[in-house]
Design a protein around this ligand. Sequence first.
Ligand code: PHE
Length: 423
Amino acid sequence: MKRRIFLALLTLSVLSLALFSCAPGESDTGTAGGGAGNEIPVGEYGSLTGSTATFGQSTHNGIVLALDEVNAAGGINGRQIRLYTEDDQSKPEEAANVVQKLISQNQVVAVLGEVASSRSLAAAPICQANRVPMLTPSSTNPQVTEIGDYIFRACYLDPYQGESLARFAIDELKVRRAAILTDVKNDYSVGLAKFFKEAFVKMGGQIVGEQSYSEGDSDFKGQLTALRASNPDVLFVPGYYTEVGQIAIQSRDLGMTAPLLGGDGWESPKLLEIGGKALNGSFYSNHYSPDSPDPVVRTFVDKYRERFGANPDSLAALGYDSMKILAEAMTRAKEIDSTQIRDELARTTNFKGVTGTITMGPDRNPIKSIVILEIRDGQITKRTEMSPPGMAPPPAAAATTDTIAGGTAAPSPATSTSPAATP
Ligand code: PHE
């Protein structure tokens, strides 16, 4: 009798072991999650090498920092997260390949990535088709989340970024004549150029010249010579850091003195290394300011510096926020199942991140504030911060922020100029 009970118990435990310890690739539950032992498999794809390598590297560091915090605090209701990271070499085709691999081989229940919009656009349809939620930390092109209801982002969008840059050029730089140099190989650059142009013209500005290049080019003298002839007050360069650095140098070599203005694609520790003094007096928009007094930012910056010996750029901050948002969604989900994680991601409300407070809208995009940075004598400092209409300004800036109503039709983002950086 006792022996029979013992045997029955033994059979039960062997069965449950077999059920719960299936390795990645052996799960029979579709996207409900394999993972070694009881671990939850999560995928990350990014540009760890290639033309925009610092984007992927910084994002990865931010993700790992958050991941270790979550796991150290007990994981997701007792289960540890296992991160599978894939390098797409800064290539869209490769992004699609590695995401397919994360889903079919590693059976990840969710995917974090990419930074560059063209790469997110290449991989998102695969996540959507497999019903695996994807959260891009930093792709700002509107089309990314339009791919489908499994695609989310943790950052603001380019219509807002372009409008804010136009507002800054008109109101703070007091310029009216802008020239644009677009990277036609990147959806991000093409989109941001268009949104800036529309807003700038609507605000009374004039686009005096437009030229283009392709990511990977290194000689921009022809385009710059043509733009110089149009005598712009400002040169808008919505590209990525490698080319931006070279464009700055070549524009100065040609005697152009107009300040350069750009978007978040400039953000890299390599920007100043490449562009050096030629970037003096230029401005670009970004997702956060590492010198914010907000305690969430202070703790993050200290921990990041301690671990990686470097200052966290905005990619690191967005990577960190994205991992935390995903972990919170997984904690709320009743089961670790891709559909439930998707539903909980969609319910993200008032998440207090390093890059601001994040609430997912019905279109899976958050509404966030934007920071404009100034490059002066090898230093990058916050020049101003703007919040979209109707959004409360960030707490640290509340005292100096003045919110003006408006929308895309009557764009007047509220601005708060940091007193220290006012010329
Ligand atoms: N927003 C850029 C894109 O969509 C990527 C980026 C984000 C680059 C933040 C730098 C910093 O392509």
